[in-house]
Design a protein around this ligand. Sequence first.
Ligand SMILES: Nc1ncnc2c1ncn2[C@@H]1O[C@H](COP(=O)(O)OP(=O)(O)OP(=O)(O)O)[C@@H](O)[C@H]1O
Ligand SMILES: [Mg+2]
Length: 282
Amino acid sequence: MPVIATRWLRPMRGGSQTHLIQASDGHHYVVKLTNNPQGLRTLINEWVAQRILTHLRIPCPEVEVVSIEGEFIEANPKLGILRGQSLTPAVAGWHFGSRFPGDPGMIAVYDVLPDIQLLTCRNLHHFAAVLAFDKWTGNADSRQCVFYRAKLAEVLPNEDLYPAPEAMMRGLVASMIDHGYCFNGIYWDFPDAPGYGLFYRAEVHRKVRGWTDFEPWIERIRSFPESVFDKALHEIPRAWLDAAERDELVALFEKLLRRRSKVPDLIEAVKDRYPERFPNWR
Ligand SMILES: Nc1ncnc2c1ncn2[C@@H]1O[C@H](COP(=O)(O)OP(=O)(O)OP(=O)(O)O)[C@@H](O)[C@H]1O
Ligand SMILES: [Mg+2]
């Protein structure tokens, strides 16, 4: 069941014109509206990507369907999509929510960091992980994440690469966001350009020394189970997916399963085209 929007806080930056909203479960969500300028399919992409990332054990926010009621829209006249000066209100119904990692009034969350701080991020190894994910899912955007202070164990309860004491210490962590352009956005195909899915700073891959840094993720993708897609298909609200779209989504899942083994070649293409991204990979 969806959570219900209870308090509008503010619009967020970015092309899909998301809004920060508190919901009936007490959590805050960055909400992508069904009538956002990047298209309804970006909500489906967000949902599916989160389920994939969770299975791969790559940190990302929890997601929920957020129900926005007519009265809430009337009470919050800024909740909508701006085109020039004119605002198209949100449509009453079910939208996509990416959970904010705490109370926005209490926690500092950053999109970008100066290099010196970036290098203190506790889970930089997940940028290699998420590159494998981005290549597999044909993310046609650059890699985005949010940084905030937390215990690694809170972000990733099943983390298996860190020794336990380190996982319990607070530090800067990265959580992967913005998956609207996975599967090439609304196109649901895979142009596979080497430049797609790269983070704005090469520093995040400084510790990459070779294939072993990608191996756990390549392996998890290689053996990725179809059941995760079946489950996602049941979870996605009907309002986002009519029968024809459903067939296309099933076809997309089949394409994804077929390209599981392609990931090493896709990473290799990034390395060949942008060797400066991996300064220590010999
Ligand atoms: N779960 C989250 N927790 C905290 N902040 C978030 C979360 N999800 C998104 N944001 C913030 O909201 C902004 C917009 O989200 P997102 O990048 O998903 O949408 P977008 O409109 O597609 O962005 P852009 O066009 O800039 O790529 C992000 O830049 C980030 O600051
Ligand atoms: Mg974005």
